[in-house]
Design a protein around this ligand. Structure first.
Ligand code: ZN
Length: 359
């Protein structure tokens, strides 16, 4: 079957494909409705489908759309897994769980952020504690998101940005680490737990506590070479780190290490929060990043998106172009690209499943 049939062109279509493919085999399907509507007035949900026993002591989770628009890829992988009956390997020992559209608003609006402009994968922090400071944004927020978005301002501000980074000896990656001071600029982590964060925490509390082991693949796009993937883990205790290395070999790269596509350590990530919350379980969690267009172009798409929602007109022709730019930055209609990311994802899933079964 053509891999392209797994992928959808809208949030609504993606959700329908997912739910239809789940119906026959799921032990449980649960949906949480988002308080807002989507771009075409559609209702928005986080959907969870559970395969195998609810009492299974090991759970393998596939997650899509932590970063909204990136969900077009993650959803396609989930639907592809269902259409190829991969989920039927779930049993009493290992359950397979798919969480679809964690940031459904962002997916519907083709944005990486949520309805509050928050980067969900920088939002999993304890907001009662002092928040990390990213000094770059105090100097650069209005250069990263200029008040006008023309070819000339894009060129000028990008040059200013690189001059600043060079003179301050910052790497460009420090921008992506996250920030909690400028709500209109990229990688903003928010000031309270976002709706999607609270839903995810509720899922963890309700379904994942006291399991022997939880494995999670969180599907992302926008970093790395076109059509390639990098599996990114985070530092953990020695036992878990060794297990993850046994399962995925040298395919697994630690976030922040020199050979990672993310040579920075982001604050407030979902997998770090999961690992903290499940401290009584073995937690094998990784983000899988699939490359799209060159990273400078991805960054430009992010800047344009931020400009649009801060200074621009969301109903203009320019808005349509910017939205298309976001889709092109985080997804590809190219069947070869889709086939490539599916093969990579399906392999990592199979390895994780085999690893969990062996415990
Ligand atoms: Zn992402």
């Amino acid at each position: 079957m053509g891999f392209h049939t797994y992928f959808a062109n809208s949030y609504l279509e993606a959700r329908q494909n997912f739910l239809i493919s789940c119906l026959d085999d799921a032990t449980l399907i649960k949906s949480w409705q988002h308080p807002l509507r989507g771009m075409t007035g559609e209702k928005l949900y986080v959907d969870l489908a559970w395969f195998g026993s609810l009492a299974a002591q090991k759970v393998l989770i596939l997650l899509s759309a932590t970063h909204g628009v990136e969900g077009f890829s993650g959803s396609g992988i989930q639907v592809g897994s269902l259409k190829t009956n991969w989920h039927k390997q779930a049993d009493n020992d290992v359950a397979i769980v798919m969480i679809h559209g964690l940031n459904p608003w962002g997916m519907s609006y083709c944005r990486r952020v949520n309805e509050d402009g928050v980067d969900l994968n920088r939002n999993f922090l304890d907001f009662k504690q002092p928040l990390p400071k990213n000094n770059i944004y105090y100097d650069l927020a209005d250069i990263i998101v200029p008040s006008e978005w023309t070819v000339e301002t894009q060129r000028q501000t990008l040059q200013q940005l690189f001059e600043y980074l060079y003179s301050h000896e910052f790497s460009a990656e420090a921008i992506a680490q996250g920030q909690y001071s400028h709500w209109y600029a990229p990688f903003y982590g928010g000031e309270v737990p976002a709706w999607s964060n609270r839903i995810f925490q509720r899922i963890v509390a309700q379904y994942l506590q006291d399991k022997q082991a939880v494995g999670l693949l969180d599907y992302h796009t926008g970093l790395g070479q076109y059509g390639t993937g990098q599996l990114m883990g985070i530092d953990s205790d020695l036992h878990t780190t060794n297990l993850a290395a046994m399962i995925w070999g040298d395919k697994l790269v630690m976030t922040g290490s020199a050979n990672s596509v993310a040579v920075y350590k982001p604050h407030g990530t979902l997998i770090a929060a999961l690992q903290n919350n499940l401290d009584r379980s073995i937690c094998l969690a990784a983000a899988y990043e699939f490359g799209t267009i060159p990273e400078t172009e991805v960054f430009d798409a992010l800047r344009a998106d931020r400009w649009l929602y801060y200074h621009g007109d969301v109903n203009s022709t320019q808005a349509r172009i910017i939205r298309q730019g976001m889709i092109d930055a985080f997804y590809s209609h190219d069947p070869d690209w889709q086939e490539s990311i599916c093969h990579l994802a399906f392999t990592a899933q199979a390895e994780l499943l085999a690893g969990l079964k062996s415990l």
